[in-house]
Design a protein around this ligand. Structure first.
Ligand code: ATP
Ligand code: GCO
Length: 173
């Protein structure tokens, strides 16, 4: 690969973005950012109260993540649900290559993981709305889709291998 991309670990709530993202950043030796930290407090309060975000809620948050991405032209990992194509278009800019790792999986598996998780603001009831909004990677979007039934370690190894071989640079697999 000629240039190290910024990897955006995407997927519905509870798909494992933070778990996989921190491990992948360690493995690649690049900076890491947690996408939830870019939410304005009003967004977190809205989700915690059981209401899904809408596009208007998400644009300022996505712009803040896009700014972080483009402050890291030498490569980085950031988590962001990036559920819709239009959101990913906003995160992609010409100056820094952006590569999406979509953590995809069976809703019941992810629901059970959210139910077992403690200390997180996102209520399990919002998972259906996350799937309703989700638009998987299109064929022309650089990135890779992996099944979250695999262990975080296996997912990180698969992603790191694909990045090293330059796979998915032209479009999603
Ligand atoms: N591949 C995996 N196998 C088993 N458990 C996993 C896997 N990935 C994540 N988990 C567990 O599932 C739960 C959700 O993971 P995590 O918090 O990383 O998801 P997330 O996508 O960052 O969530 P959110 O978007 O709601 O912040 C955690 O308890 C985590 O330990
Ligand atoms: O786009 C969205 O609806 C939000 O980003 C959510 O996905 C949460 O931030 C997150 O994933 C926490 O659970």
């Amino acid at each position: 690969m000629r240039t190290t991309p910024v990897v955006v670990v995407m997927g519905v709530s509870g798909s494992g973005k933070s778990t996989v993202g921190t491990l992948l950043a360690d493995r690649l030796g690049v900076p890491y950012a947690e996408g939830d930290d870019f939410h304005p407090p009003a967004n977190v309060a809205k989700m915690a109260a059981g209401h899904p975000l809408d596009d208007e809620d998400r644009w300022p948050w996505l712009r803040a993540i896009a700014d972080w991405i483009h402050a890291h032209p030498s490569g980085a990992v950031v988590t962001c649900s990036a559920l819709k194509r239009g959101y990913r278009d906003l995160l992609r800019r010409d100056d820094v290559p952006v590569w999406f790792l979509h953590l995809s999986g069976d809703p019941e598996l992810i629901r059970s993981r959210i139910a077992a998780r403690t200390g997180h603001f996102m209520p399990p009831a919002l998972l259906n709305s996350q799937y309703a909004a989700l638009e998987p990677l299109d064929a022309d979007e650089p990135g890779l889709t992996v099944d979250v039934a695999h262990t975080p370690q296996d997912i990180v190894a698969t992603a790191a291998d694909a990045l090293q071989r330059g796979e998915g640079q032209e479009g999603a697999r």
